[in-house]
Design a protein around this ligand. Structure first.
Ligand code: GUN
Length: 291
């Protein structure tokens, strides 16, 4: 039987653990606070940020909500980040991406105080992860480590194949899987759009992480029996539904499920974990600051 990995349930147990930690911090007079900064009119980004704020409220994390006109000069965003860096009441800062074209994204990531970097995207935190001494781990790959653990899949000694090399998922995922620590010790292959014979690589996988953003690009034919499949994709495709679309992953679920020993669904797999690990990073920032 293939195990369907229940991201909602694992995320719920992480939120429960965080709520206890938040209670403990409250006894010490600390109230974790996340600042979200939104510089776009894009409805999807607005929805993501309001969902993140709702998640915070649910576990007892305070939120500071900054909205910047997308037409405003880049300096307005840089100054906002400087102010939040200097504000002792703010533990974590998240600038929702993408930012407008006239804003230098790298400057945004560099500007956030690395001790308040709830996304784990600051170059210092990226460097620490690569150097094997992580502080804030990017939320999606961190959540995937927790999902693997939840189904008793230890990457040690296994062949892990990561499809996708983004800065926020593929690269940090590969680093976590290869690192000399719990949740790592795998032999890792990173595949991307220029990989020759992708299927030959994915068939080697004991653990496959699909994070390329291409709907259903991995199917059962490309997998070996017993693989654990983690599907990071959330792609809207036209469909004969009330909304006119449906959400599918980067993996063709039914054919992959026929091969896999465990697989994440879309939705309800990786997505809830990404949200839970943002709370984790915020609580960690507050706890580190208090100690
Ligand atoms: N936009 C899409 N995903 C993310 C994320 O994880 N963090 C931020 N800051 N922006 C995003």
């Amino acid at each position: 039987m293939t195990e369907i990995i229940d991201g909602n349930a694992v995320a719920e147990s992480i939120r429960a653990d965080l709520a206890s930690e938040i209670d403990r911090l409250a006894d010490a007079g600390v109230r974790p606070t996340l600042a979200t900064v939104l510089m776009t009119d894009d409805p999807a980004s607005e929805t993501y940020v309001s969902m993140k704020q709702g998640d915070c409220e649910e576990v007892g994390i305070e939120t500071v909500d900054v909205d910047i006109d997308p037409e405003a000069p880049a300096e307005e965003l840089y100054d906002t980040i400087d102010d939040l860096n200097a504000d002792d009441d703010v533990d974590g800062i998240l600038v929702q991406m993408p930012v407008p074209e006239h804003v230098d994204k790298r400057e945004v990531l560099r500007r956030i105080d690395p001790a308040k970097d709830a996304d784990g995207f600051h170059p210092e935190n990226v460097g620490r992860l690569v150097a094997g001494n992580p502080r804030f781990i990017p939320c999606t790959p961190h959540g995937i480590v927790k999902l693997l653990d939840s189904v008793g899949v230890d990457p040690e000694g296994k062949d892990a194949v990561v499809v996708g090399r983004s800065d926020i998922v593929g690269k940090p995922m590969a680093n976590l899987l290869v690192q000399k620590a719990a949740g790592g010790n795998a032999t890792v292959t990173v595949c991307h759009s220029r990989t020759a014979d992708l299927a030959a690589k994915t068939r080697q996988a004991d653990i496959l992480v699909a994070a390329a953003g291409v709907p259903e690009m991995i199917d059962g034919e490309m997998l070996s029996e017993g693989v654990t499949v983690i599907d990071v994709g959330i792609n809207r495709v036209d469909a004969d539904t009330e909304k006119g679309y449906e959400l599918v992953g980067d993996v063709d679920f039914e054919s992959a499920k026929a091969k896999a020993s465990a697989i994440t669904p879309v939705p309800g797999g990786v997505g809830p974990m990404t949200r839970a690990m943002l709370l984790w990073n915020t609580v960690k920032a507050a706890a580190d600051d208090a100690s």
